[in-house]
Write a protein that binds this ligand. Sequence first.
Ligand SMILES: [Ca+2]
Ligand SMILES: [Ca+2]
Length: 205
Amino acid sequence: MKKMCTVFLCFLLGIMMLPLTASAGDPEHPEFVDPLRDVKLFGLIPIPLQMEFKYADIVAAWMYEESINSGDLCISLQIRDLEERTESLEAIYVVDWVWNNDRFVVFLHINPTGVGSFVVERSLDDNDDMDDWMICDGTVDVETNIITWVVPKTFIGNPPKGSSMKDIFPMTDLRFTDDSGLPIIDLFKDYPYNAKLTHNYILRY
Ligand SMILES: [Ca+2]
Ligand SMILES: [Ca+2]
């Protein structure tokens, strides 16, 4: 009987914790998980040795909010081995998502001169062309290999508590730098199409 009670209690606790787990974005419960060592030439051709591309290899992405800054939505992107300064190529880090049929994207460039601006763009008119952008706050942490953008909810249409952020897709690009004189094409990419896991993020505030 005691054992049955314990099992029942665990079951109840499990049910109570379910909504939390479903909406909690953090490194242990990311909304997006990508395979490792899957950076490809032009995004198409597998590369056997991936050592040179660790700073373009997506590991995971997630969203979160903090109660003291509930007017912001934070978007984190974890990379296999993040660098604050690249050796020669320009690295572009992107995460996009959808809410209410509108598209949003955050991005950041890191090149041999260092870290660029944290940018968020929005498309509120049912197409993929971004119609507005702003510079937002953010951090690059090379200890944890995590980039985080802090996006004011006012810029993304003030989604209310319980709103579902869908299609959270990160992407990376390595290109020649603007001042290299070489063609600005996407040389190496990690695409989200082979994701191991994708979830929506449900706003908590
Ligand atoms: Ca990857
Ligand atoms: Ca991938």
